[in-house]
Design a protein around this ligand. Sequence first.
Ligand SMILES: Cc1ncc(COP(=O)(O)O)c(C=O)c1O
Length: 427
Amino acid sequence: MKALSAFSREELLAFEQATAKQYEEFLAQKLSIDMSRGKPCTQQLNLSDSILDNVNTETGFKSANGTECRNYGIPAGIDECRQLFADILEVKPENIIVGGNSSLNLMFDYVAQCMLKGPTGEKGWAFEDEVIFLCPAPGYDRHFSICEYLGIKMVNVPMLATGPDMDVVEELVKNPKVKGLFCVPKYSNPMGITFSDETVERFAKLKPAAKDFRVIWDNAYCIHDLYEESDKLLNILTEAAKYGNEDTFVVFTSTSKITYPGSGVSAIAASTNNIKAIMARLTMQTIGHDKINQLRHARAFKDMKALNEHMQRHAEILRPKFEAVLDILSKELGELNIASWNKPRGGYFISLDVEVGSAKYVGKLCKDAGLVLTTVGATFPYGVDPEDKNIRIAPTFPPVDELKICCSLLCCCVKLAAARELLGKTE
Ligand SMILES: Cc1ncc(COP(=O)(O)O)c(C=O)c1O
């Protein structure tokens, strides 16, 4: 096989016809598969079921220091759960606030707080003419939705193999209207990129014109490795403290993809000043989050050894799925030179770039054949991929056999779209 662009017109016509026939065969199968979101599969959820039994009348409802977890109080979280997240995020427990089941909820509330009152309670961003966030893209669609909902203007920043293009970030933060940035520093959604040491150091040294600039450091996949040899991410709070910039970064994570997305525990790690400002708001919002669930998680994972062993069991389930997708992509598309993709060492996604201008068409072909992908464009602010080329593959949920069908269909659609584009046949 050679690059599709090197095919003669006759070869291309024959290729298009053969691929169209293959596509017809997929249509005849009347598939109905949803691969749109990065959800753990049932087998992964089953790994955590023992947490449901470790807090009961026999084991007791008290935390290690005697706190009654069934009652009101302790809004920053019980000690052992703060310690658990302190270990995960490599900070001190006093720099942790434990939330409810969703880190997205914590991020929304944090940005909303900044809009209303500012990060330190001085002046809300919403009272300025314009608020701009930098959005490394492709990125996580729900970060972009938060900005859109709150009326924050988004400016795209290209993602490089090392993380966001820091030349662009350093230039754009000279504008005082630029108040923040959303990013996923490890196994990013959807590219699977871990920020290089240089990228983290350049973040740590940032001197934005807006003194109340904040980076939402969404470390959702901090311990979600697929392989024993994991990507290493420098600790942003430690690095930033070297330059007196620790207040610029607020770190978020959760156990959504450790235990249950519907019933896990989330957390914030931040500087002493930020913790104080967040607690001033949080204590108006709640008298305390679900401490029973905090206790379940702290009892289940007594130390990092127990947690790492648990994450290895997730990896054993996920590795074959990622490898099946990568294998099919390479066999089906490898030599045609019509697509490129990442080979992540962790996280929940594979990011596929198809020919410029054809991702939406590929998404439509897949949908017509019964495969729902993440809405094409959703990985960019305002749902607009300027080059219409990025497709997010979420391999975690479907069983391997179904995943193989999904991926073969996807490759068939990528080939059909590329051939039709070259033949001038796309609508
Ligand atoms: C980067 C990223 N952050 C946050 C979330 C949501 O996290 P949570 O379940 O803690 O709200 C996801 C879910 O896919 C994600 O990919």
